[in-house]
Design a protein around this ligand. Structure first.
Ligand code: 26Q
Length: 751
C-alpha cells in the first residue's frame, strides 16, 4: 500500500521499523498527495464563514476518515504492531476556540466540504489558543497552549494585508488549512496572523503586556477581559480579523470577476455571533473608498451579510464604548455613526439604537439592522429571541428571522471517535447513512433484537474500558468499567449548572455515608475550562476537585461513587469521553442554553440525556419521546417569569428542604475546609444562598429524583439498551449536513 511505499522512499524503513513520528509525517504526506489535485468546480457565489473561533480538533484522523482511508490505514498499522491512536496523539490539537460556537464552525466547514459547497472559513491564528488548563492544589491554573509545531496542518501563504489599527499599520499574514471533503473536493480555512507577533512577550502563565498590540494581537483567544486593557485588546483583535477578512473577501471576489456593485452575487458572509460584526462597517468603508456611493455600499453589504446569534445571555451580547472603537479603528466610527443615525431616523425604540445614550456601541444591533438574515441555533432559542430578547427587532424585520437548529459532523463524532459503533450501524443500515443521516431511523426495527442490543452494550463497555485506560495513563485515575459513566462536559458557566451536578453528588455521598447504598455504582465525570477572570466558575472547579479527592479517597464510598474532572478538556478528550458515556448531563437553566451540541454528540453515541427543556434538548425529547430521555426542572416560561417578577429567593428552598440544606452546608464542612480553600468554598456557598442567579435550588429536588430513576433504569439492563438504540436512531436530524443544507437553501443560495 501507499503508506509503506512512502516510508520506504522517505526514510528507507518499513511500517514495522518506522518510528511513530515517521509514520505521522508519511501519513501527512499521503493526505497531501491525495488531495493536491482535487478538482473543485467553484460556483460563482462563495460562502465566507467568519468566526473568531474554529475548534477544528486534530486533523490527521479526520482527514483520513474523510478520504475513506482511516480503516485500512489503522488495519495496516495494527498488522505491523502499530496503533493509529498513538500516531494521532503526536498531533497537538489546534487551540483556536473556547467552546460550542467554535466547534460548530468546525462541523459546518466539514459539512460544507462534504457537500461540495464553495465555502471558506475565515478567522484568526492564535498562537496559544484559549489556554491549557492545569490543575494545581485542586484549582485551575492557566498556561499558554503552545500548539503550533512542524506537525501542524497549516500552510503559510504569500498574501498579506495591511491593517491600520490603533494608529499603527500592522500586517496580517494569511495562513490556510485544507478542509477535506473527499478525494475530489476540498475547501480552505483562512487564518490571519499578525506578521510582527512575538511569542516571547508571554511571561509567567498567560500574562503579557496587553498594550503592545504590534506584538500581541494574535497570541491568545479572548484574553482576559476583566480590565480595560483586556477589553481594548479584544476590540483590536476583532478589528484586525475583520479588516483583513474584508480586504481578502473583496480581493478574492474581484479575482473571480466581481464588480463591487455585485459583491452579493459573489459572496455571502455568515457572521458567527457578534465577534466579527465590524466586517459590516469595514466592508462599507472599503467599498466607499473604492468609489462606491454610500447608499449603494450599505445596500450591497446588507445583501451580503447574515448573522447567527448563539446566546441569550445579556452579558454575552457585546457592547463596546465608542472611545474603544475610536482608538482601535478611527476610520470605522463614522460608518457606525451613519448606521446609527439611519436607525434613529427609521425607528423610535431606543432598544434598537446602535449607539446608546451612554455611548456604548451595541454590536448585535448593527447585525440586526444591516444583515438580510438573522438566525438562532435551536427552535426554542429562536422563539425566545423573537419573543423576548430581540422582540423589537422581530417586529421591525419579521422576514429576517429564521431558525437553524445546530448539528454535528457524523464523520468526526461517529466514524472517527466511535468506529466500532459506526461499523455496527453500517452493517445494519448500509453506508448511505452518512449521506442521508435520517436513515439511521432504520435502526428502530432492531428494537427487540437481542443480538443488536447486546452489541450496543458491548461497544459501550469497550469504549468505557478504553477511556479508563487513557484516564489512568493521563491522570493516574482508575475508573471501573462496571460503573455507570455519568458525564458533564462543556465550558464552565453558572448557567450550565455544574454546581447543581456537584450538589447532587454531595447528596449521594452523604447518603452513602449514612448507609444508603446505591444499587448502581457511578462515576461522575466532569470536563471543562473556566475563563480565568470568572471567579465563581473557578470556585465550582475547586469544589469538584475537592469532592473528587474526598470521594475517591474514601475506600468505603469509592466502591459506589467516583468523581473525576479531566484536565484540559478539549476536542481530543471529547472524542474519548463521548463514546464511553452512559448518561449525558444537559442541565442548564431552561432558556439559557442556546442549543448545545455536546448533547447531540452524546446522543449519537448512545448516551441517554438527563436534562432540562432547554436548547436542543427540547428537540431531542421530541424525537426520542419522553420514555427515552430524563427531563426535569422548571420550563423556560416559568424561569422567564421568575426573573421578570424578581420573586426568587434561594433561602426559602434552603430552609424548606433538608437534603438540599445538607448538601449546601457540606460545601463549607470541616471535611471540605480541611482540603479546600476557605475563601473559595465560602464564597461559593454564599453565592448560592444569597443569589443563585441560575436557580439551582428550585430544580434540585426533581434533579435528584430523576437521576435516581435513571440510575435504577440503567441497572435494569434490557430497557436501557433499547433507549440507547432509540437515541442513536433518532440522532440523524442532528447531522450538520442537514443544518448546512438548510442554511444553503434559505440563506446562502450557493448555486
Ligand atoms: C462576550 C462578550 C465579550 C467578549 C466575548 C464574549 C463571548 C465570547 C464567546 C460571547 C460568547 C462566546 C461563545 C459562545 C458560545 O460558544 N455559544 C454556544 O454556541 C453553541 C453553538 O451555537 C451553542 O450550542 C451553545 O448553546 C452556546 O452556548
Amino acid at each position: 500500500m501507499e503508506l509503506s511505499y512512502i516510508l520506504q522512499e522517505k526514510y528507507n524503513v518499513t511500517i514495522k521499523t518506522a518510528t511513530n513520528e515517521q509514520i505521522y509525517y508519511a501519513l501527512a504526506f499521503l493526505i497531501n498527495q491525495k488531495t493536491k489535485n482535487t478538482k473543485s468546480k467553484p460556483t460563482k457565489k462563495k460562502l465566507y464563514y467568519l468566526s473568531a473561533e474554529f475548534l477544528i480538533g486534530r486533523l490527521l484522523g479526520s482527514a483520513l476518515v474523510n478520504l475513506g482511508l482511516y480503516e485500512s490505514v489503522a488495519k495496516e498499522l495494527c498488522e505491523n504492531g502499530k496503533d493509529i491512536a498513538d500516531i494521532e496523539e503526536l498531533e497537538n490539537e489546534p487551540s483556536l476556540c473556547n467552546g460550542g460556537l467554535g466547534r460548530l464552525a468546525a462541523c459546518f466547514m466539514d459539512s460544507a466540504a462534504a457537500l461540495k459547497l464553495n465555502a471558506e472559513g475565515v478567522g484568526l491564528l492564535y498562537h496559544f489558543g484559549l489556554f491549557r488548563q492545569v490543575f494545581e492544589n485542586n484549582a485551575q491554573t492557566a498556561k499558554p497552549d503552545k500548539w503550533l509545531s512542524d506537525k501542524s496542518f497549516l500552510a503559510k501563504t504569500d498574501t498579506t494585508y495591511p491593517v491600520e489599527i490603533g494608529g499603527k499599520m500592522l500586517m496580517a499574514r494569511q495562513y490556510q488549512i485544507d478542509v477535506i471533503g473527499d478525494s475530489n473536493y476540498k475547501n480552505k480555512l483562512t487564518l490571519f496572523d499578525l506578521e510582527s507577533i512575538d511569542e516571547k512577550i508571554v511571561a509567567d502563565g498567560i500574562e503579557f503586556d496587553k498594550q503592545d498590540i504590534s506584538q500581541n494581537l494574535t497570541l491568545f483567544l479572548y484574553p482576559d477581559d476583566s480590565d480595560e486593557n483586556g477589553r481594548l485588546l479584544r476590540v483590536y483583535q476583532q478589528y484586525f480579523m475583520t479588516s483583513a477578512a474584508a480586504q481578502y473577501i473583496i480581493d478574492d471576489c474581484v479575482k473571480r470577476g466581481c464588480k463591487l456593485s455585485d459583491l452579493h452575487e459573489y459572496a455571502v458572509v455568515q457572521i458567527n455571533d457578534t465577534h466579527p460584526t465590524m466586517i459590516i462597517p469595514e466592508l462599507i468603508r472599503l467599498l466607499c473608498e473604492k468609489g462606491t456611493d454610500l447608499d449603494d455600499a450599505i445596500n450591497t453589504v446588507s445583501k451580503t451579510c447574515a448573522y447567527t446569534n448563539h446566546t441569550i445571555l445579556a452579558e454575552a451580547l457585546e457592547k463596546w464604548h465608542i472611545s474603544m472603537i475610536k482608538k482601535a479603528a478611527p476610520k470605522l466610527l463614522p460608518y457606525i455613526e451613519i448606521l446609527d443615525s439611519r436607525v434613529r431616523r427609521k425607528c423610535c425604540d431606543e432598544k434598537t439604537f446602535i449607539i446608546d445614550s451612554n455611548d456604548m456601541v451595541h454590536m448585535a444591533n448593527i447585525d440586526l439592522h444591516v444583515c438580510f438574515a438573522v438566525n438562532g441555533v435551536a427552535k426554542l432559542h429562536t422563539e425566545l429571541l423573537k419573543t423576548t430578547e430581540l422582540s423589537e427587532f422581530s417586529k421591525l424585520y419579521p422576514h429576517k428571522f429564521h431558525n437553524k437548529t445546530n448539528g454535528i459532523s457524523f464523520r468526526r463524532w461517529l466514524c472517527l471517535s466511535n468506529p466500532r459503533l459506526a461499523k455496527l450501524i453500517e452493517s445494519l443500515v448500509g453506508s448511505s447513512y452518512l449521506e442521508n443521516a435520517e436513515s439511521l431511523k432504520v435502526l428502530l426495527k432492531y428494537i427487540n433484537d437481542e443480538k443488536v442490543l447486546s452489541q450496543l452494550v458491548s461497544i459501550k463497555q469497550e469504549n468505557k474500558q478504553k477511556l479508563s485506560q487513557y484516564l489512568f495513563k493521563k491522570q493516574g485515575i482508575h475508573l471501573p468499567e462496571a460503573f455507570l459513566f455519568d458525564i458533564q462536559i462543556k465550558r464552565l458557566h453558572e448557567y450550565k449548572r455544574q454546581q447543581l451536578n456537584a450538589l447532587s453528588v454531595i447528596s449521594m455521598y452523604l447518603d452513602i455515608l449514612s448507609g444508603k447504598i446505591p444499587k448502581t455504582p457511578v462515576c461522575v465525570i466532569f470536563g471543562g475550562k473556566a475563563a480565568p477572570a470568572y471567579t465563581i466558575a473557578q470556585d465550582i472547579i475547586h469544589l469538584i476537585l475537592c469532592l473528587s479527592q474526598l470521594v475517591n479517597g474514601d475506600e468505603a464510598v469509592s466502591r459506589y461513587l467516583r468523581v473525576v474532572m479531566v484536565e484540559n478538556y478539549n476536542v481530543s478528550w471529547a472524542q474519548k469521553l463521548i463514546p464511553a458515556c452512559d448518561i449525558s448531563q444537559q442541565i442548564s437553566l431552561a432558556s439559557k442554553e442556546a442549543s448545545g451540541t455536546g448533547n447531540m454528540k452524546l446522543m449519537l453515541s448512545g448516551a441517554i440525556t438527563i436534562g432540562t427543556l432547554d436548547g436542543a434538548n427540547v428537540e431531542i425529547a421530541e424525537l426520542v419521546g419522553r420514555e427515552n430521555i430524563y427531563i426535569f426542572g422548571d420550563d423556560s416560561e416559568t424561569v422567564v417569569n421568575r426573573y421578570k417578577d424578581k420573586s426568587y429567593q434561594p433561602q426559602k428552598y434552603y430552609d424548606e428542604n433538608k437534603k438540599l440544606r445538607d448538601a449546601v452546608n457540606f460545601i463549607t464542612s470541616e471535611k471540605m475546609l480541611a482540603i479546600g480553600d476557605r475563601n473559595r468554598l465560602r464564597r461559593l456557598k454564599n453565592e448560592l444562598l444569597t443569589k443563585d442567579w441560575f436557580m439551582t435550588f428550585p430544580d434540585f429536588d426533581e434533579y435528584m429524583k430523576t437521576r435516581e430513576k435513571a440510575y435504577a433504569d440503567y441497572f435494569e439492563g434490557q430497557s436501557w439498551s433499547q433507549k440507547m438504540l432509540v437515541n442513536i436512531a433518532n440522532a440523524g436530524y442532528f447531522s450538520s449536513d442537514r443544518t448546512i443544507k438548510e442554511y444553503n437553501a434559505d440563506v446562502w443560495k450557493l448555486n
